[in-house]
Ligand binder design. Sequence first.
Ligand code: PFF
Length: 434
Amino acid sequence: MIAATVGSAVGLGNIWRFPYEAGVHGGGAFLIVNIIFVLLLGIPVICAEFLIGRHSGADVCNAFSRFKRGRSWRFIGWMGLCASILILGFYSVVAGWTVYYIIQSIQGFEHVHNADDLHNMFVQFSSNGWMPLLWTVVFLAINFLVLIRGVEKGIEKMSNILLPALFVILIAFTVNSLLLPEAGSGLEFLFKPDFSAITPSVLLGALGQAFFSLSLGLGCLITYASYFKPETPLVKTASISALLDTMVAILAGMIIFPAVFTFGQEPAAGPQLVFEVLPSIFMNMPGGMIWSILFFVLLFVASLTSTISLFETATAFLIGRGIKRFKAVCITMAVVLCLGVVCSLSFGPLADATIFGFNFFDFSDYVSSNILLPLGGMCSSIFVGWIVERKVVNAELLGTSTSTFKLAVVKAIIFSLRYIAPTGIGLVFVFGLL
Ligand code: PFF
């Protein structure tokens, strides 16, 4: 299950969302705040979700009720259900884009010669209405087939092969990007923090990115941890997952930003950033077509392992409410499909339809990542920090270990869950949202 957990964490959040959010929020400042949030809040909250999942052995619907005084915390499960469906709506659209880009890679990006062509190609494709919709539906249909067969084991095997492959290919691309003429400017943008750029919206964005990327705050990790073995070390697993996940995001940044500056593209381009920049990298590499196909296929599979974890959370929730698996998958899929259609059309026919100034795609992303996930994480941390009996927390996090180092780490985690995570998330909300 550990590979599946990392498989859930590593996905479009690292390779598509991280560079685009970092680009919009000023690069280095965003990265540094993001890393602080992962260490200070992310790892403790992952431990909290793991603990809730493993101790209860249940889905998000029932997990909280299995604890003393836990029944009134079941609302976290409902919040998680809403967040997972919202995320699936826009995530499937982006995953659909990756499928389209696999096809384009196979065709060798015909008619594309420079960065402007790539930009036009993306705009034409995404605003077309039918095309992105078609690929979203194709992606969802693949999810449906996987889910109906209940091949969680297959997903785990896939993660075992995919993750190392993705890692290797990312390192190869990083080396390639570091050799580009403007690599220095790209790295400076990503790693040199301009502290004056840290505004409340950068803080909120970095918090949302940390939770989104770690698959945190909607009960996905509760669901997965309910399948963990009693001897799985929770703190170690949480740290490894956070470390790998952050490394993948940083590598993605090291690939994208040198290319952005070399090919004269705009770091703050938004959701299309990666799709406009990556092909220009491939076109300038020997054997570019093969690299391009390989990369988009890996990205597609990484998205699939993440969406499966999101679907699994939502369907396990419905199953926990007495609905049969097939029906639960169908209900979730139907709602996600409707949302996916609306999100997909936000780049074309529905571009002018806005909620609070956001189109549907950005609205789903903003509400789920920046509000629902941190809120869910905050509630889980308060639950474990203040409600769950201390002997249960110690037994789950420490096991039978008597090492003083582990004891200190567990104490620090509990301290974060009681004080740092709730106040930190609360403060970011107060400043970022008001
Ligand atoms: N962490 C995934 C990614 O980075 O692509 C997205 C995700 C999966 C978010 C599962 C939330 C979740 F529960």
